[in-house]
Design a protein around this ligand. Structure first.
Ligand code: ARG
Length: 276
């Protein structure tokens, strides 16, 4: 049934000459079957029905996005993936995911390869010059993951330590602004392995993701320093000027924040993470 619906959605998306909401033809899957007129008409009754929103992410950031056998959107699961799915469904549309390196997301968005970015992405001034951000849906902060017996108790204690960060993440920006030397990795798991193996002393990364890594690996703990690390807000990014999609996303986020759906998802995925 789901598949049939998806096929109908694709047919409709292709049939619509003027696709207003998202970049037209963002779906590359053009292998559709026979048209079922009645059903297509029924779908067409809803204004936005049949559209596809292609969200770009970097599924290396639990509990927001990760790859699993049975995710909420194909193999993709996590808080962001559930939010993406709900935004699409609220509007009678389908969410698709393109998984890529974190560093490539904003370029892919600007190129029109994806319609939106949902990737635990922090709103920063620099990014806001290139893309438009939705209303925030989650507040986080950078924290330090260290070995349980570490003497690091504040950000200043990192000065003479070996610091690991993830390439392109706000954690990298923070550490570089503090003027400390660091090594950057492509994935959070890689940086955490360096720490576990004693090759680095501290990993600077977002709080919820840090909590997941600490629960997954023995002998690690989190050190917070709210004076050194400001709080960060995650939001969804769209192309500059794509107000139609942005309005749709904002309306859905506001509804899901107000009715408690997003905080319930945060709890659900955080608990799932610590049970593993
Ligand atoms: N919040 C941080 C940032 O915006 C890290 C986000 C990483 N997200 C990901 N899906 N890998 O830079």
């Amino acid at each position: 049934m789901k598949r049939a619906k998806k096929i109908l959605a694709l047919i409709l998306a292709m049939a619509m000459a003027a696709c207003t909401l998202t970049a037209c033809g963002s779906s590359t899957d053009a292998s559709v079957g026979e048209t079922e007129d009645a059903a297509v008409e029924e779908e067409a009754a809803s204004e936005t029905a049949g559209g596809v929103i292609t969200f770009g992410t970097n599924a290396e950031f639990p509990p927001f996005e990760f790859v699993t056998a049975n995710g909420v959107i194909g193999e993709f699961d996590g808080i962001d993936m559930a939010i993406a799915k709900q935004i699409a469904e609220e509007n009678g549309m389908t969410a698709e995911i393109e998984n890529m390196e974190f560093d490539s997301l904003l370029v892919a968005l600007q190129n029109g390869q994806i319609d939106a970015v949902i990737a635990g992405m922090t709103i920063t001034e620099e990014r806001a010059e290139a893309v438009d951000f939705s209303v925030p849906y989650y507040t986080a902060t950078q924290v330090m993951i260290v070995k349980e017996d570490s003497d690091i108790a504040s950000a200043a204690d990192m000065a003479d330590k070996k610091i690991c960060v993830i390439q392109g993440y706000t954690g990298e920006v923070c550490v570089s602004e503090m003027g400390y030397a660091y090594e950057s990795f492509k994935k959070g798991t890689e940086a955490v392995m360096e720490l576990v193996n004693g090759k680095c002393d501290v990993v600077v990364i977002d709080s919820a993701t840090a909590a997941k890594y600490v629960s997954d690996n023995e002998g690690l703990k989190i050190v917070e320093d709210p004076d050194a690390f400001e709080s960060e807000e995650y939001a969804i990014a769209v192309q500059k000027g794509n107000t139609e999609l942005l309005d749709m996303i904002n309306a859905a986020i506001e509804t899901k924040l107000a009715d408690g759906t997003i905080s319930a998802l945060a709890v659900q995925y955080t608990e799932a993470a610590s049970e593993e």
